[in-house]
Structures are given as structure tokens and as C-alpha cells.
Design a protein around this ligand. Structure first.
Ligand code: NAD
Length: 328
């Protein structure tokens, strides 16, 4: 049997590592090999890949997606690229945007240029719903214009459009996914769900931005991985697919659920000055991926959240050093 050789960038991070563990796990396709290319920034954690390290179908390369020579050599050896690598935290992009433009924009262009030379069969670019901006009501279809507001989402929108331009201009098989807010195990504890859980498990307060009224759609990583895999295997070249979880919550509602799950009360909440330019609401219309590829979110939010809290309870050894090192 010939294997499909997949290059996964950012595969030591939260979503990328789950994608790789799933591909190489018992329910994954048997006919793939995976190379992870990851720089191991503060967000990349080799331990996330421990479950697959012994697999003969897995290889890890530490490196930067902006390193044109390395990227060229790796893309040449692979049939498909699934591109997760990015600077991913909005708050950090507000403190300084340089790394966001370098990795998210220039890094993506470096990968696409290598793809032009070596013509992989598929290039999946992982984008985000944040590229659309903010929407007071209703949901964005994929055809809506991109109106990003934060330096993070602007850098992601740039890479998203460059990726699509390489399809339209050069005919490269590029497929773009735009997903909503992910939650689940192995998420770096700077993001709201693991930050709140780990603070509460430590008996510390949690910082709630502004009036807590910002609304997000929550997507379990299993469902995100399901969506990405459908797009990789059955999506169409040059197409964009929204991926959502179907659970819209204000930050206040999310906080309430997390407090309950961690046996804490509202006295553990500290209202803090709102994030600059904080988008009020995100909401993706997932009709296209549902109708075309049969996607539907399977993980019920209450179950997913309870499992996530339990995972952080059971894995202090995973997150405590990250919090100490990251000064979170
Ligand atoms: P993450 O921050 O957990 O992981 C990012 C990974 O990329 C890390 O392993 C890091 O080491 C690696 N990386 C960063 N810069 C690199 C570089 N220059 N070269 C090579 N590797 C580099 O991020 P995540 O939450 O897993 O997000 C993965 C992707 O999904 C990103 O593209 C992000 O924009 C997108 N996304 C995330 C969410 C979410 O809720 N987390 C939602 C929608 C889309």
C-alpha cells in the first residue's frame, strides 16, 4: 500500500498535535505518514507528540516555516501539506505584531512558494473565523468579506488571502478552513478556557474582560480535526470551509460554566479592562461543509467541557511548568 506523506506544520501546538495524534491513532487512516515541522515556540510542546513518537509513520523536524531552504526540502518530500503553524494569541499580537506578520504571513508565503515548485496534491491552510471581523447578529457564510480587527486576525486574513491567491493565480490545490474558538485538552494555558480552569484549580481569580458580553462559538478540537480531515480528503481546490461547534456563549456564560465545573463562585472573578479592539461576536455559518462534506459537530459542549476540566485536573504536570515558564 502506498502511503500519503503529509507535512503538518505547527504539529506540536494545541490543534496540530491533536490532528497528528488522531491521524496516527487507532481510528486514523492507515495509509498516511506524518512529518511535523515545528519551531517549538513557547506554544509548541514536544510532549504533545509523545503518544505518536514511537510510530514508524511519524517524524519530527524542529524548524521555522520561514526557513526557505528547509521548507523547500520538506515540501519536496511530501504529497500533502496541512498548515497549522502560526502565532495564535490575540493578546500577544496587541503587545507586538512583528512575529505575527513574520510567521503567519511570510511563513505561509514561504510554504506556498515551496508548494509551487513541488506541486503537492493538497495544501490545507488553517485559518480562523476571526478573519471576518465581528458580527452583531446572524452568521458569516464563506463568501463574506474579510474585515479583521486585531493584528492576529489581520495576519491570519493576509495568509488566508495569499493562500487563495496561489490557487487562483497558479492553480495550486489550496483549501482553506476557518474555524471558530477551539477548546479541549492540551491547550496552552494562556487561552481563556485553560487559563480559567487552571487558575480556579489553583484557587486563584480569573480575569473577565470588559462586561463579559463578548460572544464566541465553541468548537471541540475533536470536531475541528474532523472538519480539517474532511477538507483534506474530500474538499475542493480553491474553496473555503467554515467549521463551527454550534455552541454560542458570552464570556460571562462560559465563565459561569467553568466556575461550576471547578467548584468556584463568582467571588473568584475579577473584571478587568477590556482587551483593546475586542471583537464583540463571532459566528460562522457551517452549511457548506455540512452539505458538501457531511460535517457536523459531534461533541456536546457540556460533555466536552467536563472532559476538558477533568483533563486539566489530571495533568498538572503538563500545565504547571508552562504557566511558570510563561509567567501566566
Ligand atoms: P498554538 O499556538 O497552540 O500552536 C502553534 C504551533 O505553531 C506551535 O507548536 C508553535 O511552536 C508553532 N509555530 C509557531 N511559529 C512557528 C514557525 N515560525 N515555524 C514553525 N512552527 C511555528 O496554536 P493552535 O491554537 O493550535 O492553532 C493552530 C492553528 O489554528 C493556527 O493557525 C491558528 O490560527 C488556527 N486557529 C486556532 C483556533 C483556536 O481556537 N486555537 C481557532 C481557529 C483557528
Amino acid at each position: 500500500m502506498t502511503s500519503t506523506r503529509i507535512l503538518v506544520t505547527g504539529g506540536a501546538g494545541f490543534i496540530g498535535s491533536h490532528y497528528v495524534r488522531t491521524l496516527l491513532g487507532p481510528d486514523g487512516p492507515a495509509d498516511v505518514t506524518v512529518t511535523v515541522l515545528d519551531k517549538l515556540t513557547y506554544a509548541g510542546n514536544p510532549a504533545n507528540l509523545d503518544p505518536v513518537r514511537g510510530s514508524g509513520r511519524f517524524r519530527f523536524v524542529r524548524g521555522d516555516i520561514c526557513d526557505a531552504e528547509l521548507v523547500d526540502a520538506l515540501v519536496a518530500e511530501h504529497d500533502e501539506v496541512v498548515h497549522f503553524a502560526a502565532e495564535s494569541h490575540v493578546d500577544r499580537s496587541i503587545q507586538g505584531a512583528a512575529e505575527f506578520v513574520r510567521t503567519n504571513v511570510a511563513g505561509t508565503q514561504t510554504l506556498l512558494d515551496a508548494a509551487l515548485r513541488h506541486a503537492p496534491d493538497v495544501f490545507v491552510h488553517i485559518s480562523t473565523d476571526e478573519v471576518y471581523g465581528s458580527i452583531p447578529s446572524g452568521s458569516w457564510p464563506e463568501t463574506d468579506p474579510l474585515q479583521p480587527n486585531s493584528p492576529y486576525s489581520a495576519a491570519k486574513a493576509s495568509s488566508d488571502l495569499i493562500a487563495l491567491a496561489y490557487h487562483r493565480t497558479h492553480g495550486l490545490d489550496v483549501r482553506v478552513t476557518r474555524s471558530s474558538n477551539n477548546y479541549g485538552h492540551h491547550q496552552f494555558p494562556e487561552k481563556v478556557v485553560p487559563l480559567f480552569i487552571t487558575n480556579l484549580l489553583d484557587g486563584e481569580k480569573v480575569p473577565l474582560y470588559g462586561d463579559g458580553g463578548n460572544v464566541r462559538d465553541w468548537l471541540h478540537i475533536d470536531d475541528h480535526v474532523q472538519g480539517v480531515e474532511l477538507v483534506r480528503t474530500a474538499g475542493r481546490a480553491g474553496e473555503v470551509y467554515n467549521i463551527g461547534g454550534g455552541t454560542e456563549l458570552s464570556n460571562k456564560e462560559l465563565t459561569d460554566l467553568l466556575l461550576t465545573a471547578c467548584d468556584a463562585g463568582w467571588d473568584s472573578v475579577e473584571y478587568v479592562t477590556d482587551r483593546k479592539g475586542h471583537d464583540r461576536r463571532y459566528s460562522v455559518d457551517c452549511t457548506k461543509i455540512g452539505v458538501e462534506l457531511g460535517y457536523r459537530p459531534r461533541k456536546d459542549f457540556a460533555t466536552g467541557l467536563a472532559e476538558t476540566v477533568q483533563w486539566y485536573r489530571d495533568h498538572r504536570h503538563w500545565w504547571e511548568p508552562l504557566k511558570q515558564r510563561g509567567g501566566i
